[in-house]
Design a protein around this ligand. Structure first.
Ligand code: NDP
Length: 300
């Protein structure tokens, strides 16, 4: 079997097109322009790239984009005060503080300061709980993106055995909740899991969120399984020249693609979905804050 390569870039473009349509309808029918505030503290180059593309894509779908760039030595109290200001601003429907924040700032205090109604990253305990019990609200962006790709590929996930490798609060745990909600049988594996290869061999759906380059081997994949590779790892690429690097996922894609029915590539798979889902969450929060039902195609 040669797996279909799931084109996350194309899916994300299509999703942003639908989001732009929802923005236009919110403006025309209800006079609401969704607004997303992105806060970055410090000059970490990778974070700056993320924040710039978030701001760019926010504006491209017709939303208001508010970018706050703070120096690395910003006192924690000042950041918390800015979050309170954004919480109170009716033009802001989503607040994202780019992580990691500098070491002198407690990320838990930052997360807890964000009004759950505007928590588009779905980091606050209130929203994590809502995902668990199935109440409407924002959903963790990367898992939501994975879920959309899986639904598109498989139509119904019911009864599938999903094995998630990784149990982080960012990816693994919310992914497990979402797949349970879609009636999968879910196994969550982690660094203490015994016989990981055998566990993965049972999976109809594999979600790899480990952060270890090409750790999931081709012979771990059950024939016909769908593989979603969340990992983003940079490895040396001497074939591109001295000192050059390239991105790979957590799965040995070439080998797995010989066995799986479909697989997400890295780059171009899950990655582009994350920002698109951040925008989807902003539509969700803007809708809920205005007493409207969020569009079903943007939520879990
Ligand atoms: P974390 O480091 O927070 O979590 C990694 C998880 O993998 C942990 O639960 C850990 O287990 C588990 N793990 C580590 N080593 C092993 C092993 N040898 N066997 C089995 N499990 C193991 O990472 P994140 O969840 O934040 O991210 C995972 C990957 O996804 C990273 O590459 C990250 O860059 C990428 N990512 C990509 C995104 C995207 O938009 N595409 C968004 C977010 C993340 P334990 O809990 O026992 O320590």
């Amino acid at each position: 079997m040669t797996a279909k390569i799931i084109d996350g870039k194309h899916f994300a473009e299509d999703l942003r097109g639908r989001i732009a349509g929802h923005v236009a309808r919110l403006k025309a029918a209800h006079g609401i322009t969704p607004g997303l505030a992105v806060v970055i503290v410090g000059e970490d180059p990778a974070s700056q790239v993320y924040v710039s593309s978030k701001a760019k894509q926010t504006a491209e779908v017709g939303m208001n984009s508010f970018k706050h760039e703070l120096p690395a030595d910003t006192p924690e109290a000042d950041l918390l005060a800015l979050i309170q200001q954004l919480n109170a601003d009716p033009a802001v429907h989503g607040i994202l503080v780019q992580m990691p924040v500098p070491k002198h700032i407690d990320p838990n205090k930052v997360i807890e300061a964000i009004d759950p109604a505007k928590d588009v990253d779905c980091f606050t305990p209130a929203n994590v709980g809502k995902v668990q019990i199935g109440l409407p609200g924002p959903v963790s962006c990367t898992p939501l993106g994975c879920l959309m790709l899986l639904r598109d590929e498989l139509v119904s996930l019911e009864g599938k055995h999903a094995v998630i490798i990784g149990r982080s609060n960012l990816v693994g745990k919310p992914m497990a909740q979402l797949l349970l909600r879609d009636n999968c049988t879910v196994t969550v594996a982690h660094s203490r899991t015994k016989d990981l290869a055998d566990v993965v061999r049972q999976a109809d759906i594999v979600v790899a969120a480990v952060g270890r380059p090409q750790m999931i081997k081709g012979d771990w994949i059950k024939p016909g399984a769908v593989v979603v590779d969340v990992g983003i790892n940079r490895i040396p690429a001497p074939e591109k020249g001295e000192g050059k690097t390239r991105l790979v996922g957590d799965v040995d894609t070439q080998a797995a693609a010989k066995v799986a029915s479909a697989i997400t590539p890295v780059p171009g798979g899950v990655g582009p979905m994350t920002i698109a889902c951040l925008l989807a969450n902003t539509i969700t929060t803007a809708s809920l804050m205005s007493g409207l039902t969020p569009p079903g195609d943007l939520t879990a």
